[in-house]
Design a protein around this ligand. Structure first.
Ligand SMILES: Cc1cc2nc3c(=O)[nH]c(=O)nc-3n(C[C@H](O)[C@H](O)[C@H](O)COP(=O)(O)OP(=O)(O)OC[C@H]3O[C@@H](n4cnc5c(N)ncnc54)[C@H](O)[C@@H]3O)c2cc1C
Length: 643
């Protein structure tokens, strides 16, 4: 029987096999008034974007005032069967980390012992999701997430090694887009013996891959490509046997104009002409095997092209749509660890006559941590379970999980340092040297900061979510403002959008419905009803912003980020309530579950209130103008008095 969690057949087929590699679509966004660089970046991103399916997802529908709680409730908890399949590996991994991995030593030396890497390969930790037929463990996304949680709670360097390898390295893109031959050739290698890496970034191409210079030139006989150029910050590179490399291939002509093409290749590290020229070092993740790789006439056979020529960015974006869930799962692990440290310290450390946890200032921080840990787990594992159930297009959910969890974890690390006071700032080795417990809060803080930068920075995540949020409106009304389109087409769009908004808009002023909430605890019902109503308020707000700014809305990044912030909190509230009921139904103490879930939902509502207040009144324009003055060299006074 079909459940509301399941997507239509056609979509399931699309999600489970190689993505459609049909012709690139034209953007619905008017790029005619943009700078060349902006236009190229946007056109490339748009051409690489798969359209959202009509049904949307729970999170994407929040932006159009549709609150489909039945798509995430009852909470899709892990089945006994799936749990049993993952248990032997997860138990082995957990025990192994505890007994054999010295995270502080790895941090101090900047090296992961080869034995640790070999042992993890032997237990299958580098091929968790790779099907058994290719030598992997063939486990689910939820089990992979649970492994990431263990890793994240113990050692960030190993987490990065394992995650860069299988969430963005060779396994994930090959599982999604690889030919049978590519899978048979490479998956057994990366499942059991060779580390892989993902090389996209270059000096001038960070968030903006359109600036990419590394070139892949087809040979005259058409049998291969010749790669020339350099890649920066490639994680795992120093240990890798094989890379996924994004390169520029010859441009296509679209409507008389040249359009950049990016393609994805599998490249063996021992290919002649490939040279690792530098190992990079960072504030945290001190044992990251990250570096620069140079390609001088590196020949890559055409069989190593992933998907079709020109679809590299689509490969990268689609890979990340699911790959992005590993970081939030690791964040859940790390945040739980920090919460443990803080609650112990806050009950032991006595200052001003009482344990510091009895002071409101410290208690507030710890409650906030607990609420965020609960919500983070709810969102991440809800989305992971939906991935396993192939419940449609989850790009918004995964982006929200990544953005929200990495930011919450950073705040938790910051507050954990404050709760630990001076000891938070002291290294584990120094604490141990003078006889105290080696608690590495400063390492956690250093290690987790990067999560808001790589695999899509927080700013890029907000833009990505906002783009998808505006999609239904752009489809209906985007053409009206697109000066690149013929007048007749724009007039037609005006007529059609008028018809659409005449029915859609008044509905956004009615009360939101969340469906049948009989099986939800009454406390949680209140939060879910609030989320259903607030979803309509976001939809109205977004519509008003569109009416006000028209085609210039995409420039209003701060305004859009508030809507993204509200919808993300609504997703977090909804996931939290569903998760809380699941836990209560599983026999966990209802009073404890409700106190943490209620706390989180109230706290999220306060943040939502702040976002709405910011929509009404803000300093966005003044701030933008001030920054332009600063960038133009004005305000010399602000430079005075420093060395
Ligand atoms: C430790 C580490 C590991 C990494 N591992 C890999 C890897 O394995 N493979 C790989 O390919 N890359 C990797 N990277 C690169 C990483 O993905 C990039 O750092 C990231 O994409 C951001 O690019 P950038 O640093 O060039 O910043 P930039 O793109 O220059 O951005 C600078 C700032 O501007 C913001 N910004 C940029 N564009 C916009 C915009 N349009 N609107 C609003 N804000 C914007 C960004 O969010 C950021 O805050 C790694 C980086 C580090 C530091």
């Amino acid at each position: 029987m079909k459940t509301p969690l399941e997507a239509p057949e056609k979509q399931v087929t699309e999600e489970t096999s190689a993505k459609s590699t049909g012709p690139q679509r034209e953007s619905v966004i008017d790029t005619s008034k943009m700078s060349k660089g902006q236009r190229e970046a946007l056109e490339l991103a748009e051409a690489s974007r798969d359209p959202l399916d009509e049904r949307g997802s729970f999170a994407s529908n929040l932006f159009i005032g549709r609150y489909d709680f039945d798509r995430i409730f009852p909470y899709p908890g892990q089945s006994e069967e799936d749990r049993a399949e993952g248990e032997p590996f997860l138990k082995e991994l957990r025990d192994y980390l505890e007994k054999n991995v010295d995270a502080d030593e790895i941090d101090r030396t900047g090296e992961i012992p080869q034995k640790n890497i070999d042992d993890l390969f032997a237990m299958g930790a580098f091929g968790v999701k790779i099907p058994v037929q290719y030598g992997g463990l063939g486990l689910s996304q939820v089990n992979y997430g649970r492994a990431a949680m263990f890793l994240g709670s113990w050692d960030a360097n190993l987490t990065a090694l394992v995650s860069a390898h299988q969430s963005i390295g060779v396994p994930q893109p090959l599982l999604l887009f690889g030919t049978e031959e590519q899978k048979a050739r490479y998956l057994p290698r990366v499942a059991r013996k060779e580390i892989s890496a993902f090389a996209l970034t270059e000096w001038n191409a960070g968030s903006d891959p359109a600036n990419m210079h590394l070139e892949a030139k087809p040979t005259e006989d058409g049998n291969a490509y010749i790669l020339n150029g350099e890649k920066l910050w490639c994680t795992n590179l120093i240990k890798a046997g094989v890379l996924v490399v994004m390169a520029k291939t010859p441009p296509r002509i679209v409507k008389g104009k040249e359009r950049k093409q990016i393609s994805a290749f599998i490249v063996d590290v021992d290919s002649p002409g490939l040279e690792i020229t530098y190992r990079c070092h960072f504030m945290g993740l001190r044992a990251l095997y990250n570096g620069i790789v140079k390609f001088s006439d590196v020949r890559v056979p055409k069989e190593n092209l992933i998907a079709k020529e020109g679809q590299g960015l689509k490969v990268a974006l689609t890979t990340l749509n699911t790959g992005r869930l590993t970081i939030p799962a690791a964040c859940v692990g790390l945040s739980k660890r920090m919460l443990e440290i803080c609650r112990k310290w806050a009950s032991e450390r006595v200052q001003w006559g009482v344990p510091i946890g009895k002071h409101y200032a410290i208690a507030g921080k710890i409650a906030e941590m607990a609420g965020n840990v609960f919500a983070m787990e709810a969102m991440t594992f809800l989305t992971s379970a939906l991935v396993d159930r192939k419940a449609g297009d989850l790009r918004i959910e995964t982006a929200m999980c990544k953005m929200w969890a990495t930011e919450a974890t950073w705040r938790i690390a910051d507050e954990a340092m404050q709760v630990r006071g001076g000891r938070g700032y002291e290294t584990a080795q120094s604490l141990e040297g003078r006889g105290e417990e080696a608690i590495p809060v400063e390492r956690y803080l250093r290690d987790c900061r990067i999560n808001m930068i790589f695999e899509g920075s927080s700013e890029i995540m907000r833009l990505f979510i906002a783009r998808e949020a505006l999609d239904p409106h752009l489809k209906v009304g985007g053409a009206i403002f697109n000066t690149q389109l013929p007048m007749a087409e724009r007039a037609k769009a005006l007529f059609q959008s008028g018809k659409f908004y005449a029915t859609w808009y008044p509905k956004q002023w009615t009360l939101g419905t969340a469906g049948n909430l009989e099986n939800l605890h009454r406390d949680l019902r209140t939060h879910v009803r609030y989320a259903a109503n607030t979803s309509k308020k976001v939809a109205r707000g977004l519509f008003h912003a569109m009416a006000r700014f028209g085609p210039k809305l995409d420039r209003e990044q701060l305004l859009l980020s508030r809507f993204v912030g509200i919808a993300t909190e609504l997703f977090a509230i909804s996931a939290t309530c569903s998760f809380a009921q699941y836990k209560i139904d599983q026999g966990e103490p209802a009073d404890e579950i409700l106190s943490v879930a209620n706390y989180f939902c109230r706290s999220a509502k306060m943040r939502i209130g702040q976002h709405f207040a910011g929509v009404r009144e803000n300093t966005d324009r003044a701030g933008y103008d001030l920054t332009q003055q600063l960038l133009a060299g004005k305000h010399a006074d602000l430079r005075k008095g420093i060395v």
